[in-house]
Design a protein around this ligand. Structure first.
Ligand code: 8YV
Length: 313
């Protein structure tokens, strides 16, 4: 019996853990589920999922006994939770264990872009220092007004770190949060962008935030601003942001996530005012181990008939 499918690009350690403990059947991607025989599909009660391809009702219907989708990641926008709920399937995610890494990266990327760290390091690696002299002056990051879009658990970790860099904190969220005095709440993203120098995106992905950082938000931030995105590419009007970066209507962008990743719009690859990373927010040995562990805690609880640890529906 293979009650568990381990679907996605797992590390060897995670595949071994899922197969050894649960007898999970590893599959590279969701499309392989349809290739399993109906008898094998009927055995499955849980998917341990790691990926960003849409997992919707059509896939769920291939597995008549499916009761759990345990996502490897805090963001579960790839999973259609409405479809899951309608079929009595519980979705779990891996919250909190990655907050520090993602927040560290957001701050690091803001500094990288403001201080032009990649470009100045390349200046040195390319041997330009002796003849070319000092690298052109960059810009200061500490003490800027920063807007955090989305004050959830990760947004809060980012804001706490930026406060330690003497930044003035503004935020936008569905509701006002219990935040330190001096942090300014804005109900609207355009209003937030108008009030700050730089914008850090930390909202959930999915339909509710699709294109939330619109051309109007980008214009409100203005030509001295930097946008940092560690959330999801879908939150930003990418074409509007690319136009603004190319035309100098936005100073810079520091991006760990993209709309069509891993197939990034090639315009990003040549922009001198963008710091780009291949979705590495949670990509440390320590945090990926903790994410895998939390995913398996949910699968274990499901197989034992116990309460799930981190359900989202
Ligand atoms: C990915 C992430 O899940 O947790 C999230 O929401 O975006 C990342 O940590 C990671 O790519 C693993 O699939």
């Amino acid at each position: 019996m293979n009650k568990v499918l381990a679907v996605g690009q797992y590390s060897d350690i995670d595949v071994a853990a899922l197969t050894d403990e649960f007898g999970a059947r590893p599959l590279d991607d969701l499309s392989q589920i349809a290739d399993l025989s109906p008898a094998l599909r009927a055995e499955v009660t849980a998917i341990a999922y790691k990926g960003h391809h849409p997992l919707n009702g059509a896939v769920m219907d291939l597995l008549p006994g499916l009761k759990l989708i345990a996502n490897f990641g805090v963001g579960y926008d790839a999973i259609n939770v409405t479809d899951a709920s309608a079929r009595g399937i519980t979705v779990t995610n891996t919250p909190n264990v990655l907050n520090d890494d993602v927040a560290d990266l957001a701050v690091a990327m803001l500094i990288m872009e403001a201080r032009k760290l990649t470009a100045s390091e390349n200046w040195m690696r390319d041997g330009k220092w002796p003849a070319g002299g000092a690298y052109p002056l960059a810009r200061k990051m500490s003490g800027r007004k920063v807007g955090v879009l989305g004050m959830g658990r990760i947004g809060r970790e980012i804001a706490d770190r930026l406060a330690a860099f003497k930044c003035e904190i503004h935020y936008q969220s569905r509701s006002r949060k219990d935040a330190p005095s001096g942090w300014t709440y804005h109900a609207d993203p355009v209003e937030l962008a108008r009030a700050v120098d730089d914008l850090v995106i930390a909202v959930v992905g999915g339909p509710e935030t699709e294109g939330f950082v619109s051309a109007a938000v980008i214009d409100a931030l203005g030509p001295d601003g930097i946008i940092v995105n560690i959330a999801r590419g879908s939150v930003v009007d990418e074409a509007a942001m690319l136009d603004a970066l190319e035309q100098g209507r936005l100073r810079g962008a520091a991006l760990d996530v993209f709309r069509a990743e891993p197939n990034v719009d090639p315009r990003f690859l040549t922009l001198p005012n963008a710091t780009i990373l291949p979705h590495v927010g949670s990509a440390t040995v320590e945090t990926r181990a903790a994410m895998g562990d939390l995913q398996r805690q949910n699968v274990r609880a499901h197989l034992a008939g116990q309460a799930l640890v981190t359900p989202v529906n």
